[in-house]
Design a protein around this ligand. Structure first.
Ligand code: PHE
Length: 474
């Protein structure tokens, strides 16, 4: 006999945990930089449209599937489509995806922790120097030390389970994150010249919106809301039947977008007013690591105004904030394969965790070595006209390609297999008036039609561009 399924203790606990998953490096670092490069306010507007018109219905569908079945993604697809259905394959992909995304996300979290420690020990200037980043990310001592720290913390949280681990971590870290973010924004906005950056951020530059920017915005929105990874199916399996799914999903989407927007209010003025020689085009989207090179420079530039000590203190607060955000996200990704092993393979939580951490640890270690330390991993393969490292391959495949694919599968599954009236019935539990809302009508119409079409077009464009170096829309 297995133990009864654990649940979040309250609706707020669930919302905080889901928001904790959604708010991460993607919001605080990825979004502001993307917005800066891709037309400021115009990107913001497009992103917001994607979040509410495309992602929100997918998010509700994931939560509903999870609660209906009270299972991990493989079990959930099996329960709704039949144990021998091919849809179980879609469930398996939703286990593999978070596992692989966890691998590359772990690498980023490791860097953030190293940055935090370096900043706290007075080494912000070294971090911002030309050799700083590359020597740090290629120093095995730092890498493996930080990896042990990140892995240990995530394992500690997950071992305590859904309520005492995931929910409690989110309840501590999320409010902390908000307070730090708001303080930082207030600080940055009161400095001289901040308004120049603010204008750049808010005022739309429509010319910059190209098809590749549009697909970038969609991938960013999917990733940022933690969709297509089975996370919200898994978290949905831990909520009560009284939980109001449509409202929870809206709150999570609003929180996530608000944090991304507010992070932009801090980063953009910092980049453009304190460091006018930074060219936004240098913040290349093709390389995540470039962003990490710029971050310490932004903070170091503050020393002209506030001195080295305060600049370091601000940087430390920022890295701590990102670290919190990253940990609650990592926890949510790792919980998916863990829930799968517990449900389907009947492993104990402890056993499932150690299995995941061994395999995830090996892959994450290999990825951290693919930034120069081991040349075979650094130059693993070539496609789309570029040499790719192991990290790049995982990123291209899972972040850019499989994430929207999983979203597409969810839409098709709900619309044509599980059927929308079942979705509607599930969404109405905990929200009895839902069926008569505009949202219900929108979900009903769009989930099987317009949303999958948009996803297919963007997916095809992404595949052509990444793997074949071919740009479909010029
Ligand atoms: N949504 C998180 C972010 O924006 C990232 C994340 C990815 C979280 C995958 C969970 C799973 O950074």
């Amino acid at each position: 006999m297995s133990a009864p399924r654990e649940h979040f203790s309250s609706k707020l606990g669930f919302i905080l945990a889901a928001a904790g998953s959604a708010v991460g490096i993607g919001n605080i670092v990825g979004f502001p930089v993307n917005a800066a490069k891709n037309g400021g306010g115009a990107f913001l507007l497009m992103y917001a449209i994607f979040v509410f018109a495309i992602c929100l219905p997918v998010m509700m569908a994931e939560m509903a599937i999870g609660r209906k079945t009270a299972k991990n993604p493989v079990g959930a697809y099996g329960a709704l489509a039949g144990e021998n259905s091919r849809w179980r394959l879609a469930g398996l992909v939703s286990i593999l995806t978070p596992f692989m995304i966890a691998v590359f996300y772990t690498v980023l979290t490791i860097w953030i922790l190293i940055y935090l420690v370096m900043t706290l020990t007075g080494n912000l200037d070294y971090l911002a120097s030309t050799e700083g980043f590359s020597s740090i990310i290629n120093d095995p001592l730092y890498l493996f030390g930080a990896m042990a720290g990140v892995g240990g913390l995530v394992a500690f949280i997950l071992k305590a389970g859904v309520k005492d681990g995931i929910e409690r971590a989110a309840k501590v870290m999320m409010p902390g994150l908000f307070v730090m973010l708001i303080l930082l924004v207030i600080f940055v906005l009161t400095l001289d010249n901040a308004m120049a950056g603010l204008k750049f951020y808010i005022i739309p530059d429509i010319d910059k919106i190209t098809p590749s920017v549009i697909s970038g915005a969609l991938a960013q929105a999917f990733f940022s809301l933690s969709l297509g990874m089975g996370i919200l199916i898994t978290y949905g399996s831990y909520i009560s039947r009284e939980t109001n799914i449509p409202n929870s999903a809206k709150l999570v989407a609003i929180t996530d977008t608000a944090v991304a927007f507010i992070a932009g209010l801090m980063i953009l003025p910092a980049i453009f007013s304190f460091n006018p020689e930074v060219n936004p085009d240098d913040l290349s989207s093709s390389s995540v690591s470039m962003i990490f090179v710029f971050l310490p420079k932004i903070f170091l530039a503050l020393q002209l105004t506030v001195g080295y000590f305060l600049a370091s203190a601000i940087a430390a607060v920022f890295f701590l904030l990102v670290f919190f955000a990253a940990i609650t996200s990592l926890v949510s990704i790792m919980e998916v394969p863990v829930a799968y092993l517990i449900d389907e393979k009947k492993q104990t939580r402890k056993k499932a965790l150690s299995n995941m951490f061994i395999w995830g640890g090996i892959l994450a270690a290999l990825s951290t070595l693919s930034f120069g330390l081991v040349s075979f991993l650094t130059e693993l393969t070539t496609y789309g006209g570029a040499t790719k490292s192991l990290f790049d391959v995982i990123y291209d495949m899972f972040y850019d390609t499989i994430l929207p694919l999983n979203g597409l599968l969810i839409c098709l599954f709900v619309s044509y297999r599980w059927k929308k009236h079942n979705l509607n019935a599930e969404l109405s539990e905990g929200n009895p008036g839902f069926a008569n809302t505009l949202m219900a009508k929108y979900v009903d119409i769009s989930l099987g039609t317009f949303i999958p079409v948009v996803l297919v077009v963007i997916l095809v464009n992404t595949v052509a561009k990444i793997y074949f170096g071919y740009s479909m829309f010029g």
